[in-house]
Design a protein around this ligand. Structure first.
Ligand SMILES: [Zn+2]
Length: 518
């Protein structure tokens, strides 16, 4: 039976247009989905937009729009951006959809009936940026919100609270007994330390309509709407059909892996896990947490500001260059710096000169010399076999990289196979063999072995470079990037190379004139 997997990105808040941070997490989800699909798993990939709340209402008012209009525009921008970037999401989910609104109301009704929600008067420091009351420990020494560097407003109001404090020990027990619940492990350690050292408060889940109407009305009190975080988090579960018993795909939910940035680990572990526990639903299998992309470089940083809209990078520097760079440069879980210099260098060294050059060299030689197979009776030499054996190691490293969230190693696994094949070609000198008619048999053997390795590369690059992968596979007559091409023991016969695919161009930094104009 097929393994099933459910991979989600956060639903992106429509207060901003798609940027590098959003792109990274969404690209990661796409890469992971493609990897597991190649392994034969069935993967559901969810992304979408989070559309309610005070900030959206404020931005819409400033722009003279209805909040729904703003949400529609920004949501469409996200969807189109991901489509144009060839990101293979299965569900694009919106928190203003009627089915989501119904699921949130159902969840709140259930929590209320279980005695998990209480009405209370509350007085305290309210940060508009955070859209919630802050506890004293969350304020800086001079009384401002650490995230927004603004003094919170003093507010007094009646609100509904989810009794999250009852879940402090249950959360600790869950995180301790589920080492995979938050990965990499440093983030699980941070949340455990928070839960063990600070008293967990209750969670205010409502906003009075007197100051905010852009939200989902509470099912049990029409004077209030739902706090946007509670509304948004429920998307992951609602998208699996919950709470409709007929539609709910519980087996899929049990495989849920949330890909998130490090700024939202607490909301996803503490708030979300405890809400699920209160609903009687299992917490997700894992939160996979990535670090921040910092925009660096000195004189380039200004022009980069324009270029870092993900689609613009692809428009300027070519398809798939951004995915490759992001995957190769970030050690998952830690912060990384994006500089245009390192981007250009990386693309040139590894894509244009690396795999791109190898493919074009070999396939051009095959085309010229009409090479399709190892001649009958020809034997493989030990160098041929050693190169072919190298594929198994690459596959093993590639699989391990995905299991361990060490995505850099997935890129490394096939880059090393490129290097090994380059070395083999330099030693075997097929261009010299081609000049000597007596060496024709050896020429055909060497180039067919190379084609076999390039076919394996075409398959292994698929998660990170899907378009290039399909071009390579297509040139070699392989319909899908099937893993059996990597493990195949015999060297197969290939079709005659009709056209050598163009993969990656060398790129350059923008000229100084263009820089100052930007
Ligand atoms: Zn704040």
């Amino acid at each position: 039976m097929k393994n099933r997997r459910y991979i989600t990105t956060p639903l992106y808040y429509v207060n901003a247009r798609p940027h590098l941070g959003h792109a990274y997490t969404t690209i990661m989800a796409d890469v992971v989905k493609r990897h597991y699909t190649q392994r034969g798993d069935e993967v559901v990939f969810l992304t979408g937009t989070d559309e309610h709340g005070e900030k959206i209402a404020q931005i819409a008012a400033r722009e003279g729009k209805a909040p729904q209009q703003l949400a529609d525009e920004v949501s469409a921008d996200f969807k189109e951006t991901w489509e144009k970037m060839n990101l293979s999401f299965d569900i694009f989910y919106r928190t203003t959809s009627p089915s989501h609104v119904a699921a949130v109301r159902e969840a709140l009704t259930l929590l209320k009936s279980k005695g998990e929600i209480e009405f209370r008067e509350y007085e305290g420091n309210y940060c508009v940026g955070c859209e919630r009351f802050l506890t004293d420990t969350e304020l800086t020494a001079d009384g401002t919100c650490a995230d927004h560097q603004k003094k919170p407003e003093h507010r007094k109001e009646g609100n509904y609270f989810f009794l999250m404090s009852n879940y402090q020990q249950k959360l600790i027990d869950h995180l301790e007994s589920h080492p995979e619940s938050i990965r990499p492990d440093q983030y699980r350690g941070e949340i455990l330390s928070f839960l063990k050292n600070e008293k967990l408060g209750d969670l205010c889940i409502s906003r009075p309509k007197s100051r905010l109407t852009w939200g989902i009305e509470l099912p049990f009190d029409s004077n209030f709407v739902t706090y946007v975080w509670v509304d948004a988090l429920l998307n992951y579960l609602a998208a699996t059909g919950w709470p409709d018993a007929q539609k709910y795909d519980e087996k899929l939910w049990n495989e849920a892996v949330h890909l998130i940035g490090k700024d939202i680990v607490k909301t996803h572990s503490v708030y979300w896990f405890s809400i699920l526990m209160a609903l009687g639903v299992k917490p997700p299998k894992s939160l996979n947490v990535n670090g921040y992309w910092l925009i660096g470089g000195t004189k380039m940083s200004k022009s980069l500001g324009n270029v870092v809209r993900p689609l613009d990078v692809e428009g300027t520097y070519g398809r798939e260059t951004l995915r490759f760079y992001l995957l190769r440069e970030m050690s998952y879980g830690n912060d990384s710096t994006f500089t245009l210099e390192s981007f250009v260098n990386s693309v040139n060294a590894h894509l244009a000169n690396g795999i791109g050059n190898l493919c074009s060299r070999v396939l051009t030689l095959c085309q010229k010399n009409g090479v399709t197979q190892v001649p009958a009776g020809a034997k493989l030499e030990s160098a041929d076999q050693a190169l072919l054996d190298r594929r198994a190691q690459a596959l093993q490293e590639w699989n391990a990289a995905f299991e361990e969230l060490k995505y850099q190693n997935a890129v490394k696994s096939w880059s090393e196979l490129v290097t090994a094949c380059d070395l083999y070609i330099n030693e075997q000198k097929p261009w010299a063999l081609a000049k000597d008619p007596a060496q024709s048999g050896r020429l055909h053997t060497v180039l067919t072995v190379c084609m076999q390795v390039i076919e394996a590369l075409g398959v292994l690059i698929y998660p990170v470079l899907p378009e290039a992968s399909l071009k390579i596979c297509g040139a070699l007559g392989l319909e899908t990037p099937d893993l059996s091409a990597v493990t195949r023991a015999e060297v197969r016969a290939f079709p005659a190379i009709a056209e050598v695919p163009k993969l990656f161009m060398r790129i350059a930094l923008p000229a100084p004139e263009a820089d100052s104009k930007a």
